[in-house]
Design a protein around this ligand. Structure first.
Ligand code: AMP
Ligand code: MG
Length: 416
């Protein structure tokens, strides 16, 4: 079995190389409001529109002082609040009360935090301050100098970055109410199988609802694509070919079912009929072994496709491991590889000879820093078990060549 099939690592390397070529392909760019940019991929860098900070900023509530004078009593010159225009230069012998986020006046070289300050009443309504005896104050303490974070024009977020909340905040502070992002790739989803009925239909004897269509649509949306869900087609070569023809406008084509070795697995012949090149037809993995990856010639470009084995857990695993990186490359995102993470295995798990296993599993964390999440395989009846899959939030990886992993081992997981 399978000696001629690529290993998971070999297949993943092929997909990564293919993805790198897609990354440099010209892509459509569109403006979106920053409020709608979450999950979108930046097409032009975000740059600082002014020095950051634009003025020396106090990071504490306290007193702006000259460090050399701070141990002696200083009269209070006034108060500076966040948002106030810069105060005049600090005269010798004075301290200015200052709030977090306010501009530190010229002449002051540190801010003594309120908790380190001693106040003394002077006369009816005057007061003076000094550092609590024994306290030190370093030059520059509690001040972020102007331009210490970035200079006007500096690139803060490179093109190819997917917007998360931290990038949205950085773009917002630079005044980007609108950002230029890559258009979402359109991903055609074609499900095949005589047994499939719509999710709002009652299956007849031997029939099942088409869960893969909507699952793939959600996986596509999660990975940054625009799902284009086509009607399911029966296991009939002519029907499959016409359905494929109708999908050639897509940027990526995902097919579910019909790629195993069975008599009615007609997807490969249909693809071949349209002139497909196959990069691999099978991978040494479980589930997902029959996965097919290739491209179809369409005017002016190649249309990459995946033929996913129809068992839902195989479909999901092969999407996350192989189709998602290609989709991210089409979306212009630089970081295309699947993001595996480490977790502590809570129960023994077995490997399979000559295969990398991807076992649906549940990771949990106690939320404490320094403790690794734990992961436990969900009990399952094989790759069609959607009841088990509903409990899974990741795949546990058992690499090829590993006979068994034991409770307590560190294992790699892929979040779903
Ligand atoms: P296949 O890859 O076509 O041999 O299908 C493998 C298994 O997955 C069979 O049990 C199918 O009934 C099931 N299956 C195929 N397509 C879907 C689908 N769209 N939704 C849910 N299950 C499916
Ligand atoms: Mg089938």
């Amino acid at each position: 079995m399978g000696a001629s099939l690529p290993s998971y690592a070999e297949a993943a390397a092929k997909v990564r190389d293919y993805g790198s070529q897609l990354l440099v392909r010209a892509k459509r760019i569109e403006p979106v409001a920053l409020s709608n940019a979450l999950g979108r991929v930046l097409a032009r860098p975000v740059r600082a529109d002014r020095d950051m900070p634009a003025f020396p900023r106090s990071t504490r509530d306290g007193f702006a002082v000259r460090t050399a004078e701070a141990s002696g009593w200083l009269d209070i010159g006034g108060s500076i609040r966040a948002g106030d225009p810069p105060a005049p230069r600090l005269p010798a012998g004075l301290a200015w009360e200052i709030m977090t986020g306010a501009a530190v006046p010229e002449g002051a070289d540190a801010v003594a935090m309120l908790e380190h300050i001693e106040t003394e009443q002077v006369g009816q309504d005057g007061a003076r301050v000094r550092l609590v005896p024994g306290r030190q104050l370093e030059t520059g303490e509690n001040i972020v100098p102007a331009a210490a974070e970035a200079r006007a024009g500096d690139e803060l977020i490179p093109a190819g970055t997917r917007f998360g909340p931290s990038q949205i905040a950085a773009a917002a502070t630079c005044g980007y109410a609108i950002v230029e992002v890559f258009a979402r790739p359109r991903v055609a989803i074609l499900t095949t199988g005589d047994e499939l009925v719509a999710i709002d239909a009652t299956p007849g004897p031997g029939q099942i609802r088409n869960s893969n269509g909507i699952m793939l649509a959600s996986l596509v949306a999660q990975a940054g694509g625009e799902p284009w869900l086509l009607p399911a087609v029966p296991d009939h070569r002519g029907d499959i070919e016409s359905a494929l023809r109708a999908a050639l406008d897509a940027d990526l084509l995902l097919i579910s079912g019909g790629v195993s070795a069975g008599k009615f697995d007609l997807v490969e012949p249909a693809l071949a009929g349209l002139g497909a090149t196959f990069h691999f037809t099978g991978v040494r993995m479980q589930p997902g072994k029959p996965l097919v990856f290739g491209d179809l010639p369409v005017p002016g470009r190649l249309l990459p496709f995946f033929g996913h084995p129809g068992n839902p857990i195989s479909t999901a695993a092969t999407f996350l491991l192989f189709a998602a990186p290609i989709l991210r490359a089409l979306a212009g995102e630089e970081a295309i590889a699947p993001q595996f993470a480490a977790a502590r295995l809570a129960r023994d798990a077995r490997g399979k000879p000559n295969l990398t296993r991807f076992i649906p599993a549940r990771k949990a964390s106690d939320g404490l820093p320094g403790s690794m999440p734990s992961v436990v395989p969900v009990p399952w009846q094989g790759s069609g078990d959607l009841a088990a899959f509903a409990h899974a939030n990741c795949f546990l990886v058992i690499p090829e060549g590993t006979d068994r992993s034991s409770a307590g081992d560190t294992a790699m997981i892929l979040p779903i």
